[in-house]
Design a protein around this ligand. Structure first.
Ligand code: SAM
Length: 244
C-alpha cells in the first residue's frame, strides 16, 4: 500500500469515493495510484509533460500493482484529457502561474470538470485572481504542513455555467447556484433539503406515471444536482465547524 505524505493525503481527501480523476504533472504517480488502490477512484489518469517523470509514475504503479496497466499519458496540461472525461483534475506541486496557463488554455474544457484540486507551490495570489476571474469559485481551502513548509490546497468548482450566459432560465443552476456555498447560512442545508424533497416527489410521480424521455431525464438530473449541492454544503459546514 502506498503511504501518502500529509500534503498528498490532504489532496486525496478532497476527492469523494466513486469520483474519477486525472493527475496533471503526476511525476511519481503516488496520488492517483493510492486513490485507485484505496478504492476511492475507479478510474485514474497519470499525466505528465515529461517522459522521465511519466516513466517513474509507470514504474511506481507497476511496482505496487504488478500486472495493472495504469493509464499514463504524455503531454502538456489538459491536452491529454478529453472534456468531462473525469470528475476531478488535480494539479499539485507546480507554480500558480503555470496552473493558470494550463487551465486557461481551453477554459470551456476546464469548466467541463466537476472540480479541480490545486496545490500551488508559489504565485497563489495570481492563481486565486485567475480563479475568480474565470467563473470559478473556491469551495474549500486548507493548509497542510509538510516538513518545513505549509502548503495551501484549493478545491475549485466552476461557478454554474450560467456565467457563460448560454443557459436558459429553466436551468436549475439559476435556482440553486453553487454560489450558495460562498454564502452559507444556518438555513442553507434545510432549504436545499426541502427543495430536494419536492423534486424527488415530482420524480416519483413521473415514475408512477411511467413517463420516460427527456423530461424524466431532466428531473433525474435536477435531483442529482441538488443532492450533490447538499453534499457539498454539508462538507463546507463541517469544515467551518471544525475550524471554529
Ligand atoms: C514538482 S512535480 C509535482 C509532482 C506531484 N504532482 C506532486 O505534487 O508531488 C511537477 C511535475 O509537473 C510536471 N509538469 C510541468 N509542467 C507541466 C505541464 N504543462 N503539463 C503536465 N505536467 C507538467 C513536471 O514534469 C513534474 O513532473
Amino acid at each position: 500500500m502506498i503511504q501518502l505524505t500529509p500534503r498528498l493525503a490532504a489532496i486525496a481527501n478532497e476527492i469523494e469515493k466513486g469520483e474519477t480523476m486525472a493527475d496533471i504533472g503526476t511525476d511519481h504517480g503516488f496520488l492517483p495510484v493510492a486513490l485507485w488502490e484505496q478504492g476511492v477512484c475507479p478510474k485514474v489518469i497519470l499525466a505528465d509533460v515529461n517522459q522521465g517523470p511519466l516513466d517513474r509514475a509507470k514504474s511506481n504503479g507497476a511496482e505496487s500493482h504488478p500486472g495493472v496497466e495504469f493509464d499514463c499519458r504524455l503531454g502538456d496540461g489538459l491536452k491529454v484529457i478529453e472534456p468531462g472525461e473525469v470528475d476531478v483534475i488535480v494539479i499539485a506541486g507546480m507554480g500558480g502561474t503555470l496552473m493558470t496557463e494550463i487551465l486557461g488554455e481551453d477554459i470551456e474544457k476546464t469548466w467541463s470538470y466537476k472540480k479541480l484540486v490545486l496545490q500551488p507551490r508559489k504565485d497563489i495570489g495570481e492563481l486565486r485572481h485567475w480563479i475568480y476571474n474565470n467563473c470559478m469559485s473556491i469551495s474549500n481551502e486548507k493548509l497542510v504542513r509538510e516538513g518545513r513548509y505549509i502548503w495551501p490546497i484549493l478545491t475549485v468548482v466552476p461557478i454554474e455555467k450560467a456565467c457563460l450566459g448560454d443557459l436558459g432560465p429553466e436551468r436549475i443552476e439559476w435556482e440553486y447556484p453553487r454560489r450558495l456555498l460562498d454564502f452559507l447560512n444556518p438555513l442553507t442545508e434545510e432549504y436545499l433539503g426541502m427543495k430536494l424533497k419536492l423534486e424527488e416527489e415530482i420524480l416519483e410521480n413521473m415514475e408512477k406515471g411511467e413517463q420516460t424521455g427527456p423530461a424524466m431525464q431532466n428531473q433525474k438530473n435536477r435531483v442529482r444536482y441538488i443532492k450533490e449541492l447538499i453534499r457539498d454544503v454539508k462538507k463546507a459546514l463541517d469544515s467551518t465547524s471544525a475550524e471554529g
